[in-house]
Design a protein around this ligand. Structure first.
Ligand code: SF4
Ligand code: SF4
Length: 447
């Protein structure tokens, strides 16, 4: 018997206890430091419990279990819903300090009807029989003005004709003017960004006309909720605004948003995707730094959890569901359950690559073309094909990370974007299981 190579054994932040997790067997336990030390020293003789929970394994049997779960993962993914992004233009009415699309080709020629027709023809045939939904992305998809509104109306009518749900990723500035237009289709979610309370948000997310945007966006959120349009409020986080997030949470709570079942939140990390950030990279937080700062901030501001519960790798899932998530063989959805298309007739893997020269995977207009070799590499990339991931103890929590980030770093699709899964679990288990703040105490679950 061996100590499973998929065991994650970590001290828990601010605790004398440790956590032992195995995503392949689906078990998680909080253990005493003394037991953890014995395990680290290889002292596990006669421990039936460790055997029963798959922490001690026969390597051959574990390999079979790994292969079985991998096949299950591939099967499930084949029937998963596909998210299809469409960019009606790259132009935007904001000039946010951190926008990664600044360098893109903002061709002024607007979206043509024949391109939109070709887009729907392409997805009708390519994704026939697959569950799917559409997401409007930009640039800013909800630009003011009647010609933009007409194009978005046409898009939504074509989606409705096919019974396809639509999500929208918007800066929220023109939401109020778009409420009636949005009602044309079934809207799954409007993702709107507020980067902090009013003064912080207004500093970071400035419309090109120089006017403050916070109150207009908040008004749009109120109107969406009043009209039964679900809102996903996103904050893009870096050193400049992290400490102001409790104030944003207070604002959302005071507006009654957090009590509304149509309202949810998300935190995005500001990171250097394609080009240098205005103000330099010094304001950017690494993934570990962001979660460390969030951990400290939540301890001082427990009300924040009413607004948002950060994932801390698998910790939040375990806390909310009482069991571990399925092993993550592939954390990147690009070309498997996600695609992105733009108004210039081009096809990309996802939102991180859409519009970026050198990342085009094909065209749907004027002709259909596909770079099959590159697409095959994207499809193939997971923890079984990236050499470093094969022996990595946190691979089933990490899933190989983001292909776009990995490729930016190494030039190779089959390369790593390492996620600090162990560190995040140390923090998350402490937050959700050892020292719950406003949340009730609970014991860690096994599946
Ligand atoms: S490349 Fe990155 S951003 Fe794009 S789908 Fe994969 S993980 Fe997501
Ligand atoms: S990307 Fe890095 S951390 Fe993630 S599974 Fe691969 S080697 Fe492990």
């Amino acid at each position: 018997m061996e100590f499973s190579k998929h065991n994650i054994l970590s001290p828990i932040k601010n605790s004398s206890n440790w956590v032992l997790i195995n995503l392949l067997s689906g078990n998680a336990d909080i253990i005493e430091a003394e037991v953890a030390q014995k395990l680290q020293q290889g002292d596990w003789t006669q421990n039936e419990d460790l055997l029963a929970k798959g922490y001690l394994v026969d390597p051959e049997s574990e390999k079979k279990l790994f292969n079985q779960k991998y096949l299950d993962f591939l099967d499930e993914r084949d029937s998963d819903e596909i998210q299809i992004f469409f960019v009606p233009q790259y132009s935007c009415n904001f000039s946010c300090s951190y926008c990664f699309q600044e360098e893109y080709d903002w061709s002024k020629s607007p979206l043509k009807d024949e391109v939109l027709d070709a887009f729907f023809n392409y997805i009708d045939s390519t994704f026939a029989g697959r569950r799917k939904y559409l997401t409007l992305f930009g640039g800013e998809p909800l630009l003011p003005g009647s010609s933009h509104q007409q194009k978005i109306s046409r898009f939504l009518k074509m989606a409705k004709d096919r019974n396809l749900d639509v999500a929208v990723v918007t800066n929220g500035y023109s939401l109020s003017e778009y409420i009636e237009v949005l009602k044309i289709a079934h809207i799954r979610e409007i993702q709107v960004t507020l980067d902090g309370p009013e003064p912080i948000h207004n500093q970071r997310r400035t419309p090109k006309d120089g006017k403050p945007s916070f109150n207009k966006i908040a008004e749009g959120i109120d109107l969406c909720l009043k009209n039964n349009l679900p809102v996903n409020l996103r904050a893009v986080v870096d050193r400049e605004n992290l400490s102001s997030l409790p104030a944003l949470a207070e604002y959302a709570i005071s507006k009654g948003w957090t009590q509304n079942p149509l309202f949810k939140t998300q935190l995005g990390r500001n990171y250097e995707l394609h080009n240098c950030q205005v103000g330099g990279a010094s304001k950017l937080l690494s993934r570990v730094e962001m979660y460390e700062e969030l951990f400290a901030m939540i301890h001082n501001n427990p009300h924040f959890l009413e607004f948002h519960r950060p994932a801390f790798s698998i910790s939040k899932f375990l806390f909310e569901n009482g069991e571990l998530p399925a092993p993550l063989f592939d954390s990147c959805t690009g070309t498997t359950t996600e695609w992105a298309f733009d108004y210039q007739g081009r096809i990309f893997a996802c939102t991180a690559t859409v519009g970026k020269s050198g990342e085009v995977l094909g065209t749907f207009f004027p002709d259909i073309t596909r770079h099959e070799e590159i697409i095959a590499q994207w499809e193939e990339r997971d923890i079984t094909s990236i050499p470093e991931c094969k022996e990595c103890p946190v691979s089933l929590a990490c899933g190989g990370g983001c292909t776009a980030v990995a490729k930016n770093r190494t030039g190779q699709i089959l390369s790593t974007d390492c996620r600090p899964a162990q560190k995040l679990i140390e923090l998350g288990v402490s937050l959700y299981f050892e020292k719950p703040a406003t949340i009730e105490s609970t014991s860690i679950g096994n599946s």
